[in-house]
Design a protein around this ligand. Structure first.
Ligand code: PRP
Ligand code: URA
Length: 209
């Protein structure tokens, strides 16, 4: 899948191992989600174009590179995607933020949308959708459908763990969307949870179980 980047950076893999461990508590879990998101963001923004400007250092006038007027928006999928927000905003503090609310029906595992608030100028922005878990792919596909109605310049999807089933569904539904993830796991279990995964990301971030 040419549009998929699975990062194998040692720092990400190390942090991910602690994240997966069921004895890791919410405080450390939140910090790790945020740190991994920042490292993924570093990869996902690698192709931002630069332009040359002239600056004056204390020593000389110099030509220097700055990001070429790109406007970005981060859109976390509630709830668990919000755990990635601090990390990505630490790298791109000027980005705007939208929110898409969605939960999986526990019986059908189908996404149930309940909220959508996007930046008004989203058609001028490159959008990065955030969700730590790509399981069946239903939530990501539906969120990107909602975003695409508003004609963004481009959409990228960042997740921490993907299942093969979700990755295929997402790339089939949205072949133009680049996907960045820290790990591709083995399969989904009978409850559509990622194996080995990390459990329920939202519950682990917010300590709700
Ligand atoms: C989780 C996760 C994704 C979704 C992935 O959210 O954060 O949004 O499941 O599953 P899918 O790929 O099969 O759609 P959940 O439904 O648990 O909601 P929550 O974040 O509010 O707990
Ligand atoms: N949502 C989660 O939080 N974890 C999974 O393994 C699947 C969906």
């Amino acid at each position: 899948m040419s549009n998929v980047t699975i990062t194998n950076h040692p720092l990400i893999q190390h942090k991910l191992s602690i994240l997966r461990d069921k004895t890791t508590g919410s405080k450390e879990f939140r910090a790790l989600i945020s740190e991994i998101a920042a490292l993924l963001c570093y990869e996902a923004t690698r192709d931002l174009p630069l332009e040359e400007v002239e600056i004056e250092t204390p020593v000389a006038v110099a030509k220097a590179k700055v990001i070429a007027g790109k406007k970005l928006a981060f859109v976390p999928i509630l709830r668990a995607g919000t755990g990635m927000l601090d990390g990505v905003l630490s790298l791109v503090p000027s980005a705007k933020v939208g929110h898409i609310g969605m939960y999986r029906d526990p019986e059908t595992a189908l996404p149930v949308p309940y909220y959508c608030k996007l930046p008004a100028d989203i058609s001028q922005r490159e959008v990065f959708v955030l969700d730590p878990m790509l399981a069946t792919g239903g939530s990501a596909i539906d969120a990107i459908n909602q975003i695409k109605i508003n004609n963004p310049k481009s959409v990228k999807f960042m997740c921490i763990i993907a299942a093969p089933e979700g990755l295929k569904a997402l790339t089939d539904a949205h072949p133009d969307v680049e996907v960045y993830c820290a790990a591709l796991d083995d399969h989904l279990n009978e409850h559509k949870y990622i194996v080995p995964g990390l459990g329920d990301a939202g519950d682990r971030i917010f300590g709700t179980k």
